[in-house]
Every structure is written in C-alpha cells, then in structure tokens.
Design a protein around this ligand. Sequence first.
Ligand SMILES: Nc1ncnc2c1ncn2[C@@H]1O[C@H](COP(=O)(O)OP(=O)(O)OP(=O)(O)O)[C@@H](O)[C@H]1O
Length: 280
Amino acid sequence: MTTSVRVTGLVKRHGRRLVLDGLDLSIGTGVTGLLGPNGAGKSTLLRCLATTLAPDTGSIRALGLDPARRDERTELRRRLGYLPQEPGPYPHFTAFDLVDYVAILKDMTDRRSRHREVRRVLAEVDLTDRAATRVRRLSGGMRRRLALAQALLGAPELLVLDEPTVGLDPEQRMRFRALVSRLGESRTVLLSTHQTEDVAALCERVVVLAGGRVAFDGTPAELAAVAAGHVWITASRPSGGLFWRTADGRYRVLDQRPPAAEPAEPSIEDGYLRCLGAAG
Ligand SMILES: Nc1ncnc2c1ncn2[C@@H]1O[C@H](COP(=O)(O)OP(=O)(O)OP(=O)(O)O)[C@@H](O)[C@H]1O
C-alpha cells in the first residue's frame, strides 16, 4: 500500500468538547470507509484532511504535503477533491456554473478545456441534462450528485467524501458505487457513511471512529468477524436484546441468544454494533 495520507496524534476541540483525541491513521490507494456514530468526529476529521479546518495539535501529511504550511496547503487544495456534508452556497447558480466556479478556484484557467472538464464531471454523476437548471431547483439527491461532480474536477489523486450516498435513490447509489470503485483502482478515496451496505460494496478497508479515536481498522470481512458467534436468527420475537425483523419475517438477534435460535453469519453492521458495544 502506498500511503497517501498519514495523520498523527490529531487533536481537535470544538469549544470544550474533545472531538478528535490524538487520532493516528494512515490511508493508501483504494476506497476506505469511515463509520462511526453521530458526533464521533468523522466530519471533523474529513474537514481537517480537506484543509477547511485546522487541527489544534498533531500532524497531517496528505499527498506528501503538510496542510499546516500555507504554500503546501494551497497545493493540496488543488490536488484533492472534497464533498462536504453541508450543501454549497450559490442556489441561484446553474449546475454548470457552480461546477465551473469551483473549477476556476482550482486554477483551471483555459476556458475551453475547463468547460470540457465541467461537462465530463456532470456526465459522471448523470446530471448532463440538468446543466442549465438552477441549484435551488434540483432535488436533494441531485444536489448531492452536483456536490460530487465538483469533487471529481481535475481527477484528483485524493477524494474526501462526507456521506456521499445520503439522499441518492437506489439506481444512483449503484452508479455511485461503480464510479467510486473505478476511481479507487488508482486513487485514494476516503468516505464517511452510515450505510454498512456501502462499506460492503465499495471499501477494501473500514475504519470505525468512536470517541475521537480509531475503534477498529481492518477489512470489511474482519469487521463482520467481530460479531462471529454473537448473531442468531429466530422465528419468534425475542423478549430482549438488540433485534430486528428480516425480509423473511424472522428476527435477527445480536449478543443475547434466544431459545431455539440458530447461529447466523455476521454482517458488517453486526460487527460495527458489537465494536461500539451497542449490543448486549
Ligand atoms: N463548528 C462546530 N462548533 C461546535 N461544535 C462542533 C462543530 N462542528 C462539530 N461540532 C461537534 O463536534 C462533534 C463531532 O462532530 P462531527 O460532525 O465531526 O461528527 P460526525 O461523526 O461527522 O457526526 P454525524 O454522523 O452526525 O455527521 C459533535 O459533538 C458536534 O456537535
């Protein structure tokens, strides 16, 4: 693995709240998924990597650059693609103009080749026929895809995507998975998500953040294995524990074995929940 990002001893406080607590992490080529409960610090970490937020202490090296140094930070901004959690401003811009504006900020000066690149990324996210639509008239999922389009500008070596699949319909989610899998063959993609299905479908590696630290770092199969021997399936509704109904009307139970239950193959979600100590 070629290391593209190395984070060492990262600390970030928001007011009195310690959000990143001396975090260490290295990421290389391929798709890495970042899981963690609400408020775990995922967006804070991604914002630090995308250089929109400075850590209090600790160091970041991304693509060989140090974002704490002004000249290297500017270079890194040109070379990474970032999809933030918050939607961008400028609701009166058209989809084309918004992406074009970001391309200008990325120093794509030649108008003709820049416009070609804007059309390319709009096509990547299936928004070609919405290029002339104003941002405020796009649906939530379309805005998310537009935000992804601007992150793809210039084919960046490092992509930082904060909950990229939120609001996508199933067809667009599949398209997104195909696109990101392809990008991950040659680039470094770090994406946060609450969808364990996305992790299973996309990521070679998964990192779980909890309490501002890395609670798990491994393959999706290794995360699922955390729950091995702790998952059961049963026909009757369990009286306690963490359980939910499956598509075939039975119940999947984590951590407390109900009577007459059969062992089940653990999923990534089971491993994640066990890793957080949410079950039992
Ligand atoms: N600008 C800010 N000012 C104050 N507190 C903040 C700010 N941004 C984040 N926080 C706090 O920092 C903590 C971590 O937030 P962050 O958005 O990084 O979590 P997250 O893991 O991305 O959560 P989610 O899954 O809900 O998106 C939360 O408690 C949040 O309230």
